[in-house]
Every structure is written in structure tokens, then in C-alpha cells.
Design a protein around this ligand. Sequence first.
Ligand SMILES: [Zn+2]
Ligand SMILES: [Zn+2]
Length: 125
Amino acid sequence: MPLSNGKPVCINHPKIQMGRIPDYYAITKVDKIGDKVNFNLGTGIPLVVFTCPECGYLELYPAVKFNDWHEGRIFVKCKSCASDFLSPIQLDKSSFESANLNNNSFQCPKCNKANSYDKEDMHFK
Ligand SMILES: [Zn+2]
Ligand SMILES: [Zn+2]
């Protein structure tokens, strides 16, 4: 619940910073007509999800409150199969400009090959 320096900490472990689960998730809209409930999978609230590494407690925030929802996230083009995958390193655009990101070994989730990547192999999308 509480934010410490802008990062959520666990409600059960107030000293432990929660980690973000990659990608976006959603709360699905529910339409209720009389006593009938329909889960409307086409509509909902996009979310960013955090979890406590100790107890697994989950916390949800609207994705629109995060820079990466607007700026895009860092993707890497696989040197083996040429598919784009989400970089394990995520920074906002201004931190990315000034960061030194050479010789990172990432494994492609599609072909499972690990390669070394530099900043010029990374792009926002
Ligand atoms: Zn916890
Ligand atoms: Zn690949």
C-alpha cells in the first residue's frame, strides 16, 4: 500500500520493496443486468502489478500512471531469430539516454538463445 520513494513496499513487510511483474494486466469490466453477470473481456482497466518477493502479496496501480505506458518500453531485437522481446532492463527515456548499457547478456524468450546486447540493439516501442 504505502509508497516509499515512489516504489510500493509490502503491507506485510514494510521494509521490503515490491518488484514489478513485467507487462500489463487488467481488471475486466463486468456488466450486470438483473441477476445476470457478463464478464466483458473487451473492456477494462489496464494495470501495472507489483508483488512482494517474500510473501507474494500483490498490488495494482493503473498503467496510465506509469511513464512506460506513454513513452513505450525497451525492446531488444534477438540476434538469433530477429524477434523483438521485452528487455529485462527497463528505464525511462531520459535515463536511457544517459545510461551505459553495453555487453548485457539477455536470453530470447522465443528461441531461448542468449546473446550479448548493447544500447544500440535496444529501442522503445
Ligand atoms: Zn510481503
Ligand atoms: Zn530469438
